[in-house]
Design a protein around this ligand. Structure first.
Ligand code: NAP
Length: 257
């Protein structure tokens, strides 16, 4: 499987790292492009992947990732659109719809619009994908097989794609803040900083894994560790008093404005 990356920025570098470390893709099977050649070559040599022009990246690949910022998508479509028919084109450009791709690309292109999140780099990401894609069944199976190695691949209706991107894509920053805040609390009470980060990060990973693997409702998991009159319910009550749920709901609403 050969992969072309048009626009090796922060997000597509995270995807490349994930595919190499966790997706079984050999670095020499990835070719990437960018506008600044010197910066591209330095990034590519760090990753062990090939640097090329956008045309070379598209032409030599089975899967082409459009990783440029949304404002550059039309320029990219003009430059390499003719090379895309019959390939699996994966857009990560936030807000550029499948409908728009069908307007700016030549006939015969097969495109899926997605919003990935940064944990793809460690093979534990999310790719929310618009279900109005034009991949054939075989192409979608290939897409799901490759990107499913580094993420949960979740199909959503086009109206929910941006919201899905926010819920899975912006919230890692919120969770980093939660990790930092809990670590601050532990340090305040005398724990060394590095110990606190180790404990909190593993707790976050384990809590999510426990919820996913057990399929238990998160409220039931919370109830399970709150004994009557015990320490944990006091912390839960304090968080409710501080408006924790409302703060997250407001944060998502603020992004959607
Ligand atoms: N960052 C995230 O967490 C995230 C999450 C989900 C989706 N996305 C989406 O991912 C895309 C990239 O975001 P980013 O944060 O990775 O941006 P970024 O770091 O600025 O990367 C953009 C890359 O595209 C290259 N580029 C720009 N115009 C080009 C052109 N005409 N031809 C070839 N390469 C070109 C840039 O190269 P030069 O630097 O040489 O100009 C740069 O390497 C965006 O569409 C964004 O919506 C990002």
């Amino acid at each position: 499987m050969k992969i072309g990356i048009i626009g090796l920025g922060s997000m597509s570098s995270a995807i490349a790292k994930g595919l190499i470390a966790h997706g079984g893709i050999a670095p020499e099977n990835i070719t990437a492009s960018a506008r600044n050649r010197a910066r591209l070559e330095s990034k590519c040599s760090e990753l062990g992947i090939k640097a090329g022009t956008s045309a070379e990246a598209a032409e030599s690949s089975d899967i082409v990732i459009i990783g440029v910022i949304p404002g550059q998508v039309e320029a990219v479509a003009r430059e390499i659109g003719h090379l895309l028919p019959d390939k699996i084109t994966v857009s990560i450009a936030y807000g550029v719809s499948h409908e728009r791709y069908m307007e700016i690309l030549p006939e015969g292109c097969n495109v899926i619009c997605t919003v990935p999140n940064t944990p793809v780099e460690v093979g534990k990401g999310v790719f929310v994908c618009s279900n109005d894609h034009s991949l054939t069944k075989e192409q979608f199976d290939v897409f799901k097989d490759v990107f499913g190695r580094i993420s949960l691949v979740e199909l959503l209706s086009p109206e929910l794609l941006d919201l899905g991107g926010i819920v899975a894509g912006s919230t890692p920053a919120f969770m980093d803040m939660v990790i930092e805040a809990l670590s601050d609390a532990a340090v305040l009470h005398g724990m060394p900083r590095d110990t606190s980060y180790r404990l909190v990060e593993k707790m976050m990973e384990g809590t999510a894994a426990y919820a996913m693997e057990s399929g238990t409702h998160p409220a039931a998991l919370k109830d399970g560790v709150c004994s009557p009159g015990g320490a944990t319910i006091k912390g839960v009550a304090s968080l409710e008093e501080s408006g924790m749920r409302g703060a997250f709901i407001k944060a998502i609403a603020a992004i959607m404005k």
